[in-house]
Design a protein around this ligand. Structure first.
Ligand SMILES: [Zn+2]
Length: 78
């Protein structure tokens, strides 16, 4: 696993990305995975904080496949 140095895609965040968000339109499913090595314009990299706060659009399903799960021990104001 090569070292991946990308940042969270949320404006004004800048934390290191730990998860990759991808939208599968045919299945109306949002996948939240561990950060992928390849950088694709179709994916969105997120930090753990914003990964936990991600919600699926109306009528879509969010599936969290991250190995670490939600980051319960870390809470940030705002
Ligand atoms: Zn973030």
């Amino acid at each position: 696993m090569p070292f991946v140095n990308r940042r969270c895609a949320r404006p004004g965040c800048g934390r290191p990305a730990t998860a990759t968000l991808s939208y599968v339109y045919a299945q109306r499913t949002v996948w939240l995975d561990d950060l992928r090595a390849e950088d694709s314009p179709a994916n969105h990299d997120l930090c753990g904080h914003h990964g936990d706060r991600t919600n699926a659009p109306r009528g879509w399903e969010l599936r969290d496949r991250r190995s670490v799960g939600p980051v319960h021990q870390l809470r940030y104001a705002g």
